[in-house]
Design a protein around this ligand. Structure first.
Ligand code: ATP
Ligand code: LTN
Length: 345
């Protein structure tokens, strides 16, 4: 990484690059979210000038139970802090608390093409899954995501592979806008660290692990207790062979090896050697133990945080204030550039 930390003696501060990322409160964090995204946020947070958000407006693209959404939104903020996001240092805020996101989203939707939105894989997938509710928000979702990113002069956006297409569209929108109005937005880049894992469903290991999967055995939640974690790994779909090696076609075993490698820091080759000659049952139990033990401290911290609502609310309040300060300056520049008449105060 070519980033440099802030100079310790403060004599000449090195300007850090701005990093922004968000996650929807559409349920609890899965192992996929953790290994593919949140763990990287934690690792990278101090290397960058970081801002994190819980994308509750995005969650509305799928029908939500209001009470549940409120609970999940605060729960997601708590989960992120429990996973090691330092909300006192880096703004962590709820997307709907910073009104500029919805406002810029409208402007950007006027610079986003129908054809571009139609090509988004997530839109196609989610339309299939929610055939009775293919709403306009689901379609224009990437314009709101572009607003999230562009409001903060973001340079890097750490996401999992499945979000790359959306970040690329945000880049295209920024370039299009800048080509008309001059240098208004920073052109962001997606950042998919090579050490980030792509975690597959435990029930159908050709599909990604997703928190909105109807089958609860398909995902492990970071808040699952040990018994639940063990049960889900015990049931994990593998193959009819008996060899613990990473090979094309062995999606289930490949997935378990990837998860084990991410938690232990051991390479796949080391794990293959360690488990050579062992049965799938023993291997699944070993992966389950490792995952459950690694998640235990996160779960404990989450429970503590959920008992201290005042602290959580203070974090997201400060986060929204700090985010708003940046967002409103960028938005007023955009309003001016596109020709909106300034409000008389
Ligand atoms: P939903 O099921 O509601 O669509 P999701 O579990 O797929 O949610 P998102 O909220 O869309 O997750 O994604 C949050 C972050 O986690 C994104 O950066 C995404 O790329 C990453 N991510 C999600 N699932 C995985 C996975 N299985 N492996 C790696 N990264 C993932
Ligand atoms: N669409 C993303 C969540 C998200 C996001 C963002 C990620 C909303 N706004 C801005 C990065 C930057 C998702 O579903 N994972």
């Amino acid at each position: 990484m070519n980033e440099q930390p802030i100079n310790q003696n403060n004599s000449a501060e090195v300007k850090q690059k701005r990093m922004f990322s968000a996650i929807q409160p559409s349920g609890n964090l899965t192992l996929g979210n953790y290994l593919g995204a949140i763990k990287n946020w934690r690792i990278l947070q101090d290397e960058y000038d970081s801002i994190f958000s819980v994308a509750d407006l995005h969650a509305l693209t799928v029908r939500q139970n209001p009470a549940e959404l409120r609970k999940n939104t605060l729960g997601m903020a708590a989960s992120l802090i429990a996973c090691g996001i330092d909300a006192k240092k880096h703004p962590l805020f709820i997307q709907s608390h910073v009104a500029e996101h919805a406002e810029l989203s409208w402007i950007l939707s006027c610079f986003t093409m129908f054809g571009e939105l139609s090509r988004m894989t997530q839109f196609k997938d989610k339309s299939k899954k929610n055939a009775d509710n293919i709403n306009a928000g689901l379609f224009t979702y990437p314009s709101l995501m572009a607003a999230d990113i562009l409001l903060y002069n973001t340079e890097v956006v750490p996401v999992g592979e499945d979000q790359r297409q959306h970040v690329e569209l945000a880049r295209d929108i920024a370039i299009r806008f800048n080509s008309i109005y001059g240098d208004v937005f920073n052109v962001p880049e997606s950042f998919i660290p090579t050490y980030g894992a792509r975690v597959k469903s435990l029930a159908e290991p050709t599909k990604k692990m997703s928190k909105s999967d109807d089958n609860q055995n398909a995902y492990v939640l970071i808040l699952d207790d040990k018994d639940t974690v063990m049960r889900k790994f015990k049931r994990a779909v593998t193959d009819s062979e008996a060899e613990i090696v990473f090979r094309e076609g062995k999606d289930g075993i490949n997935n378990l090896l990837t998860i084990m490698s991410a938690f232990t820091g051991k390479s796949i080759a080391e794990l293959e050697a360690e488990f050579a000659g062992k049965g799938y049952g023993d291997f699944k139990m070993a992966v389950g133990e490792t995952v459950a033990d690694s998640l235990a401290p996160i779960r404990e911290r989450y429970d503590e945080l959920m008992k201290d609502k005042a602290y959580l609310e203070e974090c997201i309040k400060e986060g929204a204030e700090r985010a708003s300060y940046i967002a409103c300056r960028v938005l007023s520049k955009v309003y001016k550039k596109v020709g909106l008449l300034p409000r008389i105060r």
